[in-house]
Write a protein that binds this ligand. Sequence first.
Ligand SMILES: [Mn+2]
Length: 191
Amino acid sequence: MRSIPGEAESGDRHLVLPLPEGVLLAAIDGIGHGREAALAASAAIEALEDHAGAPLPALVARCHERLRGMRGVVMSLAEIGARTRTLTWLGVGNVEGVVIRAGSNAVGRRERLLLRPGVVGSRLPDLVPASLRIVPGDLLILATDGIAGTFDDSLQPYDRPQPLADRILKRYATGTDDATVLVARVTEPRT
Ligand SMILES: [Mn+2]
């Protein structure tokens, strides 16, 4: 994560929240930047933590309620189910999501999150999540709009998540907005 030049605090927030059978991942961009954006994004994170385990549309609705009277946010959520081997995701606004495939018959193939226009806290679209089957090695990336949308053009997807995130931030941060990139890899299930 990197703040827009001139702001001490980023208006973006991210969440990695372990669940009994998986993990919830989120990247959130408070509208605008600075303190008010950060407060809104933090309120959305709290709403997600308070309702962890609820279905994604319910989580977005809880964030929407929590943000009444505050700035809105755009957000993308992804829940990885370890037992079901699925990734379920939902995006409101323009936080990009991409899965880069590792499976032998689809290496490098991209699946992109369908982003629904709207602002959580002011106007919600229909909240319809999509689900994908996942395999170990699949890579998930969420990126706010302070990261150029071409960020996955020249990835070495087999690198470890943190160096990948660092490199994307370095190479693709636009410098005109707060920038957040969250990278997660699906691992072999623990036995
Ligand atoms: Mn932004």
